[in-house]
Design a protein around this ligand. Structure first.
Ligand code: ZN
Ligand code: ZN
Length: 308
């Protein structure tokens, strides 16, 4: 293992609020080098650079056979249910490994999994050329969304983020307007910068406040993507009538069905750039400090790098 990202899911598992299989080794965003292959492995050899899709589907349940592998009834994940990437070595089924081109650094390989999830979210948003898209939250996911949404032809990208450092990174990417929700009136500014609200809102913060805010920023007939993960007991108020008469579309975006190869391709083509992200690196034996760093939102992305 050369680099493994820390994700909000790891914290939820660590504090007991997300489903896992303790004492499993966590870490599901990782890249490394093949050091040994099993006797039936044909596509990889020792020395290959690889990145791991952690989500393993069974290929025979109802959902797998209907092309909805992310709803697999036997879904297991490396780093969640079986040992993953917070380790020097990881055993990975051949089918979960993808070649990582030489021009992609291992550290960026650790971004492939969250990038593949973000691509799924943008696919579901079905952005039309010229659309105004509001992105709520400019953590690692929100920042990747900025880049993906701009490829998708958005005319205007508005980002809402309470932390100045994250707003600064958002400004360095391709967004048109950055709003501080603490100091500024998000709805007012959005309405002034759109015809009747955003065409698309992508919620990447996972809080009840931003989930509700998405509904307040969307135009009639618009599309909302719930990408951020709220705590499981969180509820928000929605009046059915506000969906009815606005013909609102609200979609969740869950993990990364069939998007892993595209994520690698975008990196290989140099279309996605993480160089402006604030990345913090920890050696494996400082996992607790690394989790704390992620929790305190000190970095855009926290990585574990063995031997660093
Ligand atoms: Zn994750
Ligand atoms: Zn299945």
């Amino acid at each position: 293992m050369k680099a493994c990202g820390i994700c909000g899911t790891d914290l939820h598992i660590f504090d007991g609020t997300a489903n896992s299989n303790p004492p499993v080794i966590l870490g599901h965003e990782y890249a490394g080098t093949v050091c040994e292959v099993g006797s039936n492995v044909s596509r990889f050899k020792k020395g290959d650079r690889v990145v791991v899709d952690p989500n393993i589907n069974c290929r025979h349940c109802y959902y797998c056979r209907h092309g909805l592998v992310h709803f697999c009834e036997n879904l297991t994940a490396l780093g969640v249910h079986i040992d993953g990437g917070f380790a020097e070595y990881s055993v990975v089924p051949e089918i979960q490994a993808y070649k990582l081109q030489d021009n992609i650094p291992f550290e960026w390989g650790a971004f492939v999994e969250p990038l593949s999830c973000s691509i799924h979210g943008v696919d579901l948003a079905n952005i039309q050329v010229g659309d105004t898209v509001v992105i709520l939250g400019a953590g690692a996911i929100g920042l990747m969304m900025i880049e993906l949404v701009s490829f998708s032809g958005a005319g205007k990208i508005i980002v809402v983020e309470p932390e100045e450092e994250r707003r600064e990174i958002a400004r360095l990417l391709t967004c048109d307007l950055v709003i501080d929700p603490i100091e500024e009136d998000v709805r007012d500014i959005t309405m002034k910068n759109t015809y009747d609200g955003a065409d698309v809102v992508i919620e990447c913060a996972g809080t009840p406040g931003t989930a509700r805010l998405a509904l307040d920023l969307i135009r009639r007939g618009g599309k909302i993507i719930f990408f951020g993960v709220c705590d499981k007991d969180v509820e928000i108020n929605i009046k059915p009538k506000e969906i009815y008469y606005t013909e609102l579309s609200i979609k969740g975006s869950f993990i990364n069905p069939y998007t892993f190869s595209r994520a690698i391709k975008l990196l290989s083509l140099g279309k996605i750039d993480f160089s402006k992200f604030n990345i913090m690196r920890f050696p494996l034996d400082e996992l607790l400090q690394a989790l704390e760093c992620h929790k305190e939102r000190k970095a855009t992305k926290t990585l574990l790098i063995p031997g660093s």
